[in-house]
Design a protein around this ligand. Structure first.
Ligand SMILES: *Cc1c(COP(=O)(O)O)cnc(C)c1O
Length: 259
């Protein structure tokens, strides 16, 4: 790598990544917990950054739009990466997502479960016909809307569309969506995911998420994933039991404000 711009970018990513890893390790130590898995959210950033990150030891990357994710996954198909889909998902994108994603964190309604299961069946068929090995089951997490039912539930302050995590199931619907995932061929119930409400207290929100996750685990002991925590609130997420952190801007730098 002789290109000085590429070298500078790699150095920049290495430093930010190191800082984030240190924050995660410190938070885990403070909480007396195992270090959660870091998913680096690469949305809005080019495939060249994904390549740098892979070179820096990152294995799990997150994306929230299918078109962008599919293109980057194709450009980096030679790397050993796990793609996590974390954005709102339309049923008609299921077919594309199962081609590259190992996990979907944002399952928030039953019809989407059916669409993902059908897409998995077709994807396995496609691979069979192409003489390729089958893919592993798709890990599916139920996204919970923590804006509902919390102390700030009245404060529906008009979240902006560029903000992450819009969507999510009402806490009361988690168990039926989880049951649909558990029963769907080709899908594996991973656990739950949430974004802390804008302007709310992340400690309170992530503690509610943990309670929902523990209730789910009584019925599905293998559904241990709690995907919570972003750049601003990762310490709080770790303190409240997150097993997976989705970190974008503190590793990659600020994103453009408007998409
Ligand atoms: C963008 C995004 C993130 C990462 O957010 P940062 O604040 O950049 O760390 C995490 N989760 C979801 C669902 C996102 O869309």
């Amino acid at each position: 790598m002789n290109d000085p711009a590429a070298q500078g970018r790699r150095q920049d990513l290495a430093e930010r990544l190191e800082r984030v890893r240190r924050r995660i390790a410190d938070a885990a130590r403070a909480a007396g917990r195992e270090t959660p898995e870091l998913i680096v959210v690469t949305k809005f950033f080019p495939a060249s950054d994904v390549r740098h990150l892979s070179g820096l030891g990152v294995r799990a990357v997150g994306e929230n739009r299918d078109q962008e994710a599919a293109a980057k996954a194709a450009e980096t198909a030679d790397l050993d990466l796990e793609w996590h889909f974390i954005g709102q998902l339309q049923k008609n994108k299921a077919k594309s997502v199962v081609r590259y994603a190992s996990a979907v964190h944002s399952v928030d309604r039953e019809p989407l479960v059916g669409a993902l299961a059908r897409a998995m069946e077709r994807e396995q068929e496609r691979r069979r016909e192409a003489g390729e090995p089958p893919r592993p089951p798709l890990t599916a997490l139920v996204q919970v809307d923590l804006d509902q039912g919390g102390p700030d539930a009245w404060n529906d302050g008009g979240a902006d569309a560029a903000q992450p995590g819009r969507g999510g199931a009402a806490p009361d619907d988690v168990s039926s969506i989880a049951a649909a995932i558990a029963a769907a061929p080709g899908l594996e119930l991973g656990g739950v995911m949430a974004v802390a409400p804008l302007g709310g207290d992340p400690d309170e929100a992530f503690e509610r998420l943990r309670a929902i996750a523990l209730r789910l685990q009584e019925q599905y002991p293998e559904a241990t994933a709690i995907s919570a925590g972003m750049s601003q609130d990762l310490e709080s997420a770790v303190a409240h039991g997150a097993t997976h952190l989705r970190i974008g801007s503190d590793v990659l730098g600020p994103r453009p404000a408007v998409r």
